[in-house]
Design a protein around this ligand. Structure first.
Ligand code: NAD
Ligand code: ZN
Length: 405
């Protein structure tokens, strides 16, 4: 038996934010990030809609990108004092993910972060509050997923919390919010969405319910991402739906080792002054992982199906995979994303020598590979790598060399 879970309600299209006016409750907390929602007026609108619905509103502001365990614990304390019956999280993946984890801690004050990270092991939520997620980036689709990614900065590791309990009750997918994204954010979040859809399609947990969502999302992203990056707002709006469809697919079909590697490299070099941004990490690793996974006959066939659906040609599966890899690399070029960690500059753009020194990368490699193998996304990857293979794969991701094993 398998389970397929999505939010109970999804409001989409321009102006969907207004649906907050119809919410019923006494107190709502709104969780936002560093200021973009305030700056562009969406926070004020959300506050006034909820007030119009008769609710007292409190705002938790300043949730940082790649939120920490400490931010989660602090936010949960604020919720404990305010006792909201609605948690409304608005912004990119970071504030929404942090709010999901705060929600768990608010409902169960004694729970530890380690307890939360037990995959599909959460107790029942919704005893105190319901959860509404409003996405402002077109990538993570956390507004519809069963995941929350929280970073333990002491360990330099991103941990996924995974359980259908944290699938939001209501998702609002209003493209107005995505129109203010700067191009770099469009590029990174868009490649994150494409990785979600491709990993979900070849995942060992894929099913008849997730496949159509994944494959349609791939096609939509192929049609819209580059033009959205160049400023076409109609395409931007379509990307907002595409990423959400990809999220519906992967929330149920799970992901693969592109994400395991992105989670374990993202914060691993933070002491050298930067993060490897989630979407950029995925964009760099995806072509390498496709080459690795394609040694598995079932994965190879499924990548071939993706290529057929994208209309990339190729007369056999080997040729199709070559075309897919070439196509993705060209997308990275058009989106100004490097092909390997070695070329990844502190500002995420391609440079001769990036912010991660070779020596440091090689020193940390065994530990990163070990952690990547333990990541919750590894289990559903179509080919299970050994420690040695994971290290080799990560090296190919660093040096941008071909994967031939
Ligand atoms: N929960 C999941 O299912 C899931 C899936 C993939 C990734 N993630 C996690 O999500 C996080 C990344 O989220 P993200 O890529 O959405 O970015 P983000 O939330 O970290 O935001 C990045 C930056 O963009 C700004 N921003 C957000 N929306 C904007 C807008 N509309 N206009 C202008 N600026 C805007 C933010 O203020 C922030 O500075 C990572 O921690 C990643 O690991 C979660
Ligand atoms: Zn992702």
């Amino acid at each position: 038996m398998a389970r397929f879970t999505l939010p109970r309600d999804l409001y989409h299209g321009k102006g969907a934010l207004e649906t907050l006016k119809t919410f019923e409750g006494k107190r709502a907390v709104i969780c936002v990030g560093g200021g973009s929602m305030k700056k562009f007026g969406f926070l004020d609108r959300a506050i006034s809609y909820l007030q119009e619905a008769g609710m007292e509103v409190k705002v938790i502001e300043g949730i940082e990108p790649d939120p920490s365990v400490e931010t989660v614990m602090k936010g949960a304390e604020t919720m404990q004092a305010f006792q909201p019956d609605w948690i409304v999280a608005m912004g990119g993946g970071s504030p929404i993910d942090a709010a999901k984890a705060m929600w768990i801690k608010y409902e169960y004050p004694d729970i530890t972060f380690e307890d939360m990270c037990q995959v599909f092991g959460l107790p029942k939520l919704r005893k105190k509050a319901h959860f509404c997620a409003i996405s402002s980036t077109s990538g993570t689709a956390t507004e519809v997923t069963a995941f929350s990614i929280i970073t333990d900065y002491k360990k330099g590791i991103k941990y996924p919390i995974a359980d259908f309990e944290i699938t939001p009750d209501v998702a609002i997918v209003d493209p107005d919010l995505a129109e203010t994204m700067p191009p770099k954010l469009v590029a990174h979040t868009g490649m994150d969405a494409l990785t979600h859809a491709i990993e979900a399609y070849v995942s060992t947990a894929h099913c008849d319910y997730s496949d159509p969502l994944a494959i349609f999302a791939i096609k939509m992203i192929q049609k819209n991402l580059i033009e959205s990056y160049r400023g076409d707002m109609e395409k931007r709006d379509m990307m907002h739906n595409a990423q959400c469809l990809a999220g519906m697919a992967f929330s149920n079909a799970l992901l693969g080792i592109v994400h395991s590697m992105a989670h374990k490299t993202g914060a691993a070099f933070a002491d050298y002054g930067a993060h490897i941004i989630h979407g950029a990490a995925n964009a760099m690793y995806l072509p390498k992982v496709i080459a690795f996974n394609a040694k598995d006959p079932t994965a190879k066939k499924r990548y071939g199906e993706i290529v057929d659906y994208m209309g990339l040609g190729g007369s056999n599966d080997d040729e199709k995979i070559e075309r897919l890899i070439a196509y993705l690399r060209k997308m990275n070029d058009e989106l100004n994303i490097p092909h390997g960690i070695k070329q990844y500059g502190a500002d995420s753009y391609p440079v001769e020598q990036g912010f991660v020194p070779e020596k440091v990368f090689l020193e940390r490699l065994p530990e990163i590979a070990k952690n990547a193998l333990l990541d919750a996304c590894t289990g559903s990857n179509p080919r299970q790598p050994s420690q040695e293979e994971m290290e080799k794969l990560l090296k190919c991701c660093y040096y941008d060399t071909e994967v031939d094993f």
